[in-house]
Ligand binder design. Structure first.
Ligand SMILES: C[S@@+](CC[C@H](N)C(=O)[O-])C[C@H]1O[C@@H](n2cnc3c(N)ncnc32)[C@H](O)[C@@H]1O
Length: 400
């Protein structure tokens, strides 16, 4: 593809804001793309794809460039390195002067000897991953640097797989059945503009994430609480599994996320969902021993979804991981009380660290709060083994 200076300017601006102004990569890319409405879908895809790739390989590229980028010229240098390593022919522009493909290749070979550099992650994260996952870490972090597959979940309140496949097919988008209600998108296209999406026939949701709601074994007519609902990816799935019958309470500490969930619920034809922001501990206390089912899709490090959110590598710290582990402990201890005896709870994370997953659960079960609970099932999903996001899903039942 021909290189356009305007695209590279947009990428440099996004990178500066992500790395120096603390912007989130997804929001910043959306902002940059919105700023110039004349761009076509190929231009937009180019900017998004290459910005993400440079965020992902930031440490490696900065090492090869020999700079900690601060200025526009520095970011252009990183962009040039990225393009050269991805077989682009660099135009004869002043910004790219001094960049040489062969020199770069030999510097890359040397850098590859060091895993943290090769995989472009901070040293502390490499040490943490190795100590937490042992031999599995090397393949896990390599898989987390690959581009994520795009998976859809058919909204069974409105459609079946065949309807979605045919509707998207009419708009030139090919999807293949994957398993259950999951469809794999074989070519990247803007799915959100399709008729099928606007009609609420599907949601974009990774296949690992699609396994959380079914694990809760909900039944139509139950009282189900999704206690960390966010914008509701899993609430929408729960409502479909409940066939719109019973009560689904979606809670979160951030009311604005629940507003987004309400919009999505309308599009999905969900009729049994109520949102409730957690404004005080009373919201949880009032539900003590009331729920048949509780989903705890807790805040986590997000290390299982680095493919989608590569900037998390640069935003996390050992301290922030410790903090989130403590939040999870608290949520598990307090929110599990909402389950009534005989009811069930799913504890899930999009992390690959045993500290946030199996160890967190084991600590709960051996604590006073875990008395009267039994572990029914636990599964760790790894990108290199299972093919999708890193995820942890466990189900507990309350015996008394
Ligand atoms: C992993 S995200 C949830 C994603 C969501 N379930 C989905 O499927 O789209 C975790 C959510 O927990 C929320 N959260 C953080 N601390 C919380 C707390 N103490 N109580 C309830 N929710 C909390 C965050 O705002 C965030 O939306």
């Amino acid at each position: 593809m021909k290189l356009y200076a305007a695209h590279l300017h947009a990428i440099a601006e996004a990178l500066q804001n992500i790395f120096r102004e603390g912007a989130y990569a997804d929001r910043e890319i959306a902002r940059v793309l919105k700023a110039d409405k004349r761009r076509g879908s190929n231009d937009r895809a180019f900017i998004a794809e290459h910005t993400y790739a440079i965020v992902r390989y930031y440490r490696l590229y900065a090492h090869l460039a020999g700079v900690e980028p601060q200025s526009k010229a520095d970011w252009w240098r990183l962009i040039g390195i990225h393009l050269l390593l991805n077989d682009y022919q660099l135009p004869d522009w002043r910004e790219f002067q001094g960049l040489d493909r062969e020199e770069l290749q030999s510097a890359l070979e040397a850098a590859r000897q060091d895993r943290a550099l090769r995989e472009s992650i901070p040293d502390w994260l490499d040490a943490l991953g190795a100590s937490e996952l042992g031999e599995e870490w090397e393949a896990t972090i390599a898989a987390l640097n690959e581009q994520a597959p795009v998976v859809l979940r058919v909204n069974r309140l409105k459609a079946d797989a065949v309807t979605v496949i045919e509707s998207l097919g009419r708009e030139g988008i090919v999807v293949e059945p994957l398993a259950d209600d999951a469809l794999l998108v074989t070519e990247r296209k803007n799915l959100f503009r399709t008729k099928a999406f606007r009609q609420g026939l599907f949601e974009v949701q990774d296949y690992s994430s699609q396994q959380a709601a079914p694990a809760l074994e909900v039944e139509p007519g139950q009282l189900v609480v999704d206690a960390c609902a966010g914008a509701g990816g899993k609430s929408l799935h729960l409502a479909a599994l409940m066939e719109n019958k019973g009560r689904l309470l979606s809670l979160d500490i951030h009311g604005w996320k629940l507003e987004e969930l309400k919009r999505r619920a309308r599009r999905n034809g969900v009729a049994n969902l109520e949102t409730r922001p957690i404004t005080s501990t009373k919201v949880i206390k009032r539900l003590t021993a009331k729920a048949d089912r509780v989903l705890l899709d807790v805040p986590c490090s997000g290390l299982g979804v680095l493919r989608r959110n590569p900037d998390a590598k640069w935003k996390l710290s050992p301290e922030s991981v410790d903090r989130v582990v403590e939040e999870q402990r608290q949520i598990l201890a307090d929110y599990s009380r909402m389950v009534k005896p005989g009811g069930k709870l799913v504890y899930a994370t999009c992390s690959i660290l045993p500290r946030e997953n199996g160890e967190q659960l084991a600590a709960f079960l051996s604590s006073p709060a875990g008395e009267g609970w039994e572990l029914e099932e636990e599964r760790s999903l790894l990108p290199q083994r299972d093919g999708y996001d890193g995820f942890f899903i466990s189900r507990l039942s309350r015996t008394r």
